[in-house]
Design a protein around this ligand. Structure first.
Ligand SMILES: Nc1nc2c(c(=O)[nH]1)N[C@H]1C(S)=C(S)[C@@H](COP(=O)(O)O)O[C@H]1N2
Ligand SMILES: [Mo]
Length: 359
């Protein structure tokens, strides 16, 4: 509600990172709400918004190649899920040395209600071959690539956005991967992948291919610039790994960083999420090396969306105070104190250290 008002009054808007292709972060205020309004949902696009002819081809190693339209997808059972999407490059600006790539602060993360057909049902119609291993998703967007390609065979002057998932994951009903055509009850907007896109819960959002044009079942593992070139954790001291599930993370939404509050009681609030979750514990610390206190963690409202947490803080001393929040998930993953540096700057889930002045 407050967010809708802020948009109307022009107080709240996306913060542009790049005009062409358009990339933008959500304003910090957007993190406070349960659902991010479409106008404030971060945007990450590698190429200009493409022209899409409205059809989806499904082929490769399948028994029944298909061409589907938006109406065909709408005719299938519709599923709605609130899904937190976070860009793998979110928080890159805090890594040292600074990695190459889009200079994201900390707000390339948002939560929308996505409605669409279930990918596994669509795949079933096409009858994937028994020896299928990967499913390749091709966007309609393509163009000159501004980053240095990692793979030798990449055509830097005309690259298409393509990603793949293991066939076992893509065809798992429990994964609830959507081919979404609605975002928060409205038809998908052009920046978010109109007329339809993939939404992969729990994964960094690079897996959620926008402007979906083709789906192909492959009998060999997919290699491509956005799969095995970029979106790889290139660790300094161990073998590279593909970016996949979102790393556990808590954020403080209130009080705002660097704000001034009066002596007295304050509720510190925030969000927490994890792709290997649910989040099971959020702790708060009020000094550098002091104790960690248990915050009150709300149960998840759904399996794929951020959770609210809060902590009653009695600010008795005037002066500058640090606040930290640290999340742990059901798999036992906990946030590190220092960003886990990798060459391309992905997956920064380090504990943040905002300060608040008490007067
Ligand atoms: N076709 C296509 N799909 C794409 C991308 C892209 O550049 N092209 N970017 C990916 C990345 S890196 C992210 S973080 C999400 C962003 O989705 P959003 O713009 O709806 O927030 O889309 C993903 N899907
Ligand atoms: Mo991303």
């Amino acid at each position: 509600m407050a967010l809708a008002e802020g948009i109307e009054q022009g107080r709240l808007a996306l913060r542009m990172i790049n005009p062409a292709p358009f990339n933008a972060e959500a304003p910090p205020e957007a993190l406070a709400g349960p659902i991010t309004p479409n106008e404030l949902h971060y945007v990450r696009s590698n190429f200009a918004v493409p022209v899409h002819d409205g059809t989806l081809e499904i082929g490769g190693a399948v028994g029944n190649p298909l061409t589907l339209t938006l109406d065909d997808l709408r005719a299938l059972p519709a599923t709605e899920r609130a899904v937190t999407l976070e860009c793998a490059g979110n928080g890159r600006l805090e890594m040292r040395p600074l990695p190459i790539g889009e200079p994201w602060g900390d707000f390339a993360v948002s939560t929308a209600r996505w409605t669409g057909a279930l990918l596994h049902q669509v795949l079933q119609l096409a009858r994937p071959a028994a020896d299928g291993v990967d499913v390749r998703f091709e966007g309609a967007d393509h163009g000159a690539y501004h980053l240095k390609p990692v793979l030798a065979e990449t055509d830097k002057d005309d690259l298409t956005f393509v990603r793949a998932l293991p066939l076992a994951h893509a065809s798992d009903p429990a994964a609830e991967i959507l081919i979404a055509y609605e975002m928060n009850g409205a038809p998908l907007g052009s920046d978010h992948g109109a007329p339809f896109r993939v939404v992969v819960p729990h994964w960094y959002a690079v897996a959620s291919v926008k402007w979906l044009k083709r789906i192909d079942v492959l009998t060999e593992p997919y290699t491509g610039e956005f799969q095995t070139g970029h979106y790889l954790y290139e660790w300094p001291d161990r073998p590279a790994e593909a970016v996949s599930l979102m790393r556990v993370r808590a954020r403080i939404t209130h009080p705002a960083p660097a704000s001034t509050v009066n002596v007295g009681k304050h509720t510190v609030r925030g969000k927490a999420w994890s792709g290997t979750g649910p989040v099971t514990r959020v702790e708060v610390s009020l000094t550098g090396e002091g104790e960690w206190y248990l915050a009150n963690l709300e149960p998840p409202e759904g399996p794929y969306q951020w959770q609210d947490w809060s902590f009653e803080w009695n600010a008795t001393d005037v002066g500058r105070h640090t606040l930290r929040a640290r999340a742990t998930d059901a798999a036992g993953n906990v946030q590190p104190e220092v960003p886990p540096w990798n060459r391309l700057g992905y997956g920064n889930n380090a504990v943040e250290v905002p300060y608040v002045d008490v007067r």
